[in-house]
Design a protein around this ligand. Structure first.
Ligand code: GLP
Length: 240
Protein backbone atom coordinates (compact mmCIF):
# COMPACT_ATOMS: atom_id res chain seq x y z
CA UNK A 1 0.00 0.00 0.00
CA UNK A 2 2.68 2.64 0.62
CA UNK A 3 3.43 4.93 -2.26
CA UNK A 4 6.75 3.56 -3.54
CA UNK A 5 9.00 5.68 -5.73
CA UNK A 6 12.11 4.15 -7.25
CA UNK A 7 14.63 6.85 -8.12
CA UNK A 8 17.40 6.52 -10.70
CA UNK A 9 20.17 7.36 -8.27
CA UNK A 10 20.93 9.29 -5.09
CA UNK A 11 20.68 12.69 -6.78
CA UNK A 12 17.28 11.80 -8.22
CA UNK A 13 16.10 10.49 -4.84
CA UNK A 14 17.23 13.70 -3.16
CA UNK A 15 15.41 15.87 -5.72
CA UNK A 16 12.21 13.86 -5.48
CA UNK A 17 12.27 14.00 -1.70
CA UNK A 18 12.90 17.76 -1.75
CA UNK A 19 9.95 18.28 -4.10
CA UNK A 20 7.69 16.47 -1.62
CA UNK A 21 8.91 18.61 1.26
CA UNK A 22 8.64 21.80 -0.82
CA UNK A 23 5.09 20.91 -1.89
CA UNK A 24 4.13 20.43 1.73
CA UNK A 25 5.62 23.82 2.74
CA UNK A 26 3.92 25.64 -0.14
CA UNK A 27 0.60 24.07 0.75
CA UNK A 28 1.03 24.91 4.44
CA UNK A 29 3.65 27.59 5.20
CA UNK A 30 3.42 26.78 8.93
CA UNK A 31 4.37 23.15 8.30
CA UNK A 32 5.89 21.17 11.15
CA UNK A 33 8.69 19.00 9.77
CA UNK A 34 10.24 16.02 11.49
CA UNK A 35 13.87 15.71 10.47
CA UNK A 36 16.51 12.99 10.45
CA UNK A 37 20.30 12.90 10.44
CA UNK A 38 22.75 10.41 8.89
CA UNK A 39 24.08 10.22 5.34
CA UNK A 40 20.72 9.60 3.69
CA UNK A 41 19.04 13.04 4.01
CA UNK A 42 22.14 15.09 3.14
CA UNK A 43 21.17 15.32 -0.54
CA UNK A 44 17.61 16.29 0.40
CA UNK A 45 18.96 19.07 2.62
CA UNK A 46 21.25 20.27 -0.17
CA UNK A 47 18.24 20.45 -2.50
CA UNK A 48 16.12 22.31 0.06
CA UNK A 49 18.90 24.88 0.47
CA UNK A 50 18.98 25.26 -3.32
CA UNK A 51 15.20 25.68 -3.50
CA UNK A 52 15.42 28.33 -0.77
CA UNK A 53 18.29 30.23 -2.38
CA UNK A 54 17.24 29.96 -6.01
CA UNK A 55 13.47 29.74 -5.85
CA UNK A 56 12.70 31.53 -2.61
CA UNK A 57 11.20 28.55 -0.79
CA UNK A 58 10.22 30.20 2.48
CA UNK A 59 11.05 28.60 5.83
CA UNK A 60 10.19 31.62 7.98
CA UNK A 61 7.10 29.95 9.47
CA UNK A 62 8.24 26.33 9.27
CA UNK A 63 8.90 24.47 12.52
CA UNK A 64 11.22 21.49 12.86
CA UNK A 65 11.62 18.65 15.31
CA UNK A 66 14.57 16.31 14.98
CA UNK A 67 14.19 12.64 15.69
CA UNK A 68 17.08 12.26 18.08
CA UNK A 69 20.26 13.50 19.72
CA UNK A 70 23.16 11.79 21.42
CA UNK A 71 23.06 11.75 25.19
CA UNK A 72 25.77 13.41 27.25
CA UNK A 73 27.32 15.74 24.67
CA UNK A 74 26.74 19.47 24.23
CA UNK A 75 25.05 21.04 21.19
CA UNK A 76 28.40 22.60 20.18
CA UNK A 77 30.07 19.20 20.04
CA UNK A 78 30.88 18.30 16.43
CA UNK A 79 29.52 14.80 16.96
CA UNK A 80 26.12 16.17 17.95
CA UNK A 81 23.06 16.21 15.72
CA UNK A 82 22.62 19.88 16.66
CA UNK A 83 25.92 20.55 14.94
CA UNK A 84 25.04 18.38 11.94
CA UNK A 85 21.69 20.13 11.47
CA UNK A 86 23.08 23.65 11.73
CA UNK A 87 25.94 22.93 9.34
CA UNK A 88 23.98 20.94 6.80
CA UNK A 89 20.67 22.77 6.82
CA UNK A 90 19.55 25.42 9.28
CA UNK A 91 22.29 28.02 8.85
CA UNK A 92 21.51 28.15 5.13
CA UNK A 93 17.76 28.81 5.54
CA UNK A 94 15.60 31.67 6.83
CA UNK A 95 14.19 29.59 9.65
CA UNK A 96 13.94 31.37 13.02
CA UNK A 97 16.04 29.79 15.73
CA UNK A 98 13.00 29.50 17.99
CA UNK A 99 11.26 27.28 15.44
CA UNK A 100 14.00 24.65 15.61
CA UNK A 101 13.75 21.80 18.09
CA UNK A 102 16.06 18.93 18.96
CA UNK A 103 16.13 16.89 22.13
CA UNK A 104 18.69 18.29 24.58
CA UNK A 105 21.29 15.58 25.05
CA UNK A 106 22.85 17.56 27.87
CA UNK A 107 19.69 17.74 29.98
CA UNK A 108 20.11 16.97 33.69
CA UNK A 109 16.64 15.52 34.10
CA UNK A 110 16.14 13.10 31.23
CA UNK A 111 12.55 12.22 31.97
CA UNK A 112 11.60 15.85 32.18
CA UNK A 113 13.38 16.55 28.90
CA UNK A 114 11.53 13.70 27.17
CA UNK A 115 8.19 14.97 28.49
CA UNK A 116 9.08 18.51 27.43
CA UNK A 117 9.91 17.33 23.89
CA UNK A 118 6.63 15.44 23.49
CA UNK A 119 4.75 18.47 24.82
CA UNK A 120 6.53 20.81 22.38
CA UNK A 121 5.52 18.60 19.45
CA UNK A 122 1.94 18.56 20.68
CA UNK A 123 1.88 22.34 21.17
CA UNK A 124 3.13 22.84 17.62
CA UNK A 125 0.10 20.86 16.44
CA UNK A 126 1.93 17.61 15.68
CA UNK A 127 4.28 16.69 12.86
CA UNK A 128 2.91 17.20 9.35
CA UNK A 129 5.72 15.44 7.52
CA UNK A 130 8.40 13.25 9.07
CA UNK A 131 11.59 12.52 7.13
CA UNK A 132 13.06 9.13 8.03
CA UNK A 133 16.11 7.09 7.19
CA UNK A 134 16.59 3.49 8.22
CA UNK A 135 19.44 1.92 10.16
CA UNK A 136 21.05 -1.24 8.84
CA UNK A 137 19.31 -3.18 11.64
CA UNK A 138 15.94 -1.59 10.83
CA UNK A 139 16.03 1.15 13.45
CA UNK A 140 14.14 4.41 12.95
CA UNK A 141 15.33 7.41 14.91
CA UNK A 142 17.31 5.52 17.52
CA UNK A 143 14.56 3.00 18.18
CA UNK A 144 16.60 -0.17 18.10
CA UNK A 145 15.16 -3.68 17.55
CA UNK A 146 12.86 -4.65 20.41
CA UNK A 147 11.63 -1.11 21.17
CA UNK A 148 7.99 -1.03 22.26
CA UNK A 149 5.51 0.11 19.62
CA UNK A 150 3.95 2.40 22.23
CA UNK A 151 7.18 4.22 23.07
CA UNK A 152 7.35 8.01 23.26
CA UNK A 153 10.52 10.15 23.45
CA UNK A 154 12.98 8.28 25.66
CA UNK A 155 16.60 7.53 26.43
CA UNK A 156 17.76 4.66 24.23
CA UNK A 157 20.80 2.45 24.47
CA UNK A 158 22.49 2.07 21.10
CA UNK A 159 23.53 -1.34 19.80
CA UNK A 160 27.23 -1.95 19.03
CA UNK A 161 26.23 -2.22 15.35
CA UNK A 162 24.65 1.23 15.36
CA UNK A 163 27.62 2.75 17.17
CA UNK A 164 29.94 1.25 14.58
CA UNK A 165 27.83 2.50 11.63
CA UNK A 166 27.66 6.00 13.06
CA UNK A 167 31.34 6.16 13.90
CA UNK A 168 32.08 5.52 10.24
CA UNK A 169 30.26 8.78 9.51
CA UNK A 170 30.71 10.94 12.56
CA UNK A 171 34.18 10.02 13.76
CA UNK A 172 35.44 8.27 16.88
CA UNK A 173 33.75 8.18 20.25
CA UNK A 174 30.03 8.20 19.57
CA UNK A 175 28.06 8.14 22.85
CA UNK A 176 26.36 4.84 23.70
CA UNK A 177 23.01 6.48 24.49
CA UNK A 178 20.68 8.89 22.77
CA UNK A 179 17.39 10.69 23.32
CA UNK A 180 15.00 9.68 20.57
CA UNK A 181 11.40 10.14 19.59
CA UNK A 182 9.63 6.86 20.25
CA UNK A 183 7.90 4.64 17.71
CA UNK A 184 4.55 6.07 18.73
CA UNK A 185 5.85 9.65 18.38
CA UNK A 186 6.94 8.82 14.83
CA UNK A 187 3.71 7.00 13.94
CA UNK A 188 1.66 10.04 15.03
CA UNK A 189 3.11 12.11 12.17
CA UNK A 190 0.56 12.89 9.50
CA UNK A 191 2.80 11.78 6.67
CA UNK A 192 6.12 9.94 6.61
CA UNK A 193 8.81 10.14 3.94
CA UNK A 194 11.10 7.11 4.26
CA UNK A 195 14.36 7.37 2.33
CA UNK A 196 17.03 4.76 1.62
CA UNK A 197 19.76 4.41 -0.97
CA UNK A 198 22.50 1.98 -1.89
CA UNK A 199 22.85 -1.77 -1.92
CA UNK A 200 23.64 -1.92 1.79
CA UNK A 201 20.02 -0.94 2.55
CA UNK A 202 18.37 -3.32 0.04
CA UNK A 203 17.70 -6.24 2.38
CA UNK A 204 16.58 -4.22 5.40
CA UNK A 205 14.22 -2.12 3.24
CA UNK A 206 12.66 -5.32 1.90
CA UNK A 207 12.29 -6.76 5.41
CA UNK A 208 10.77 -3.49 6.64
CA UNK A 209 8.24 -3.14 3.83
CA UNK A 210 7.44 -6.76 2.90
CA UNK A 211 8.28 -8.76 6.01
CA UNK A 212 6.08 -9.27 9.06
CA UNK A 213 5.36 -6.27 11.28
CA UNK A 214 7.62 -7.23 14.15
CA UNK A 215 9.57 -5.41 16.84
CA UNK A 216 12.76 -7.10 15.64
CA UNK A 217 12.55 -4.70 12.66
CA UNK A 218 11.31 -1.38 14.08
CA UNK A 219 10.74 0.14 10.62
CA UNK A 220 8.24 -2.64 9.79
CA UNK A 221 5.59 -0.74 11.81
CA UNK A 222 5.60 1.84 9.01
CA UNK A 223 3.57 -0.62 6.91
CA UNK A 224 0.63 0.35 9.13
CA UNK A 225 1.02 4.09 8.53
CA UNK A 226 -1.61 5.38 6.09
CA UNK A 227 0.53 8.30 4.95
CA UNK A 228 3.77 6.52 4.15
CA UNK A 229 5.76 7.51 1.06
CA UNK A 230 8.93 5.52 0.34
CA UNK A 231 11.65 6.85 -1.95
CA UNK A 232 14.55 4.51 -2.68
CA UNK A 233 17.16 4.34 -5.42
CA UNK A 234 17.42 1.34 -7.76
CA UNK A 235 20.05 -0.35 -5.63
CA UNK A 236 18.06 -0.15 -2.40
CA UNK A 237 15.00 -1.38 -4.34
CA UNK A 238 16.74 -4.59 -5.44
CA UNK A 239 14.59 -6.93 -3.30
CA UNK A 240 11.29 -5.04 -3.47
C1 GLP B 1 21.22 6.93 12.52
C2 GLP B 1 20.05 7.87 12.84
C3 GLP B 1 18.85 7.53 12.02
C4 GLP B 1 19.29 7.30 10.59
C5 GLP B 1 20.10 6.02 10.50
C6 GLP B 1 20.65 5.72 9.11
O1 GLP B 1 21.62 6.15 13.59
N1 GLP B 1 19.69 7.96 14.23
O2 GLP B 1 17.90 8.57 12.12
O3 GLP B 1 18.18 7.17 9.76
O4 GLP B 1 21.10 5.98 11.47
O5 GLP B 1 21.77 6.48 8.82
P1 GLP B 1 22.35 6.64 7.37
O6 GLP B 1 21.40 7.53 6.64
O7 GLP B 1 23.69 7.29 7.56
O8 GLP B 1 22.44 5.29 6.78
Amino acid sequence: HPELIIAEDYQDLSRKAALRVAEQIKKKPTTVLGLATGKTPLGLYRELIRLHQEEGLDFSRVKTFNLDEYYGISPEDKRSFHYYMWENLFKHLNIPRGNIHLPDGGAQDIEEECRRYEEAIREAGGIDLQVLGIGSNGHIGFNEPGTEWGSLTHLAKLTPETIKDNEEEGGEGIPGFALTMGIKTIMRANRILLLAYGESKASIIARALKGPVDKSVPASILQLHPGLVVIVDKEAAKFL
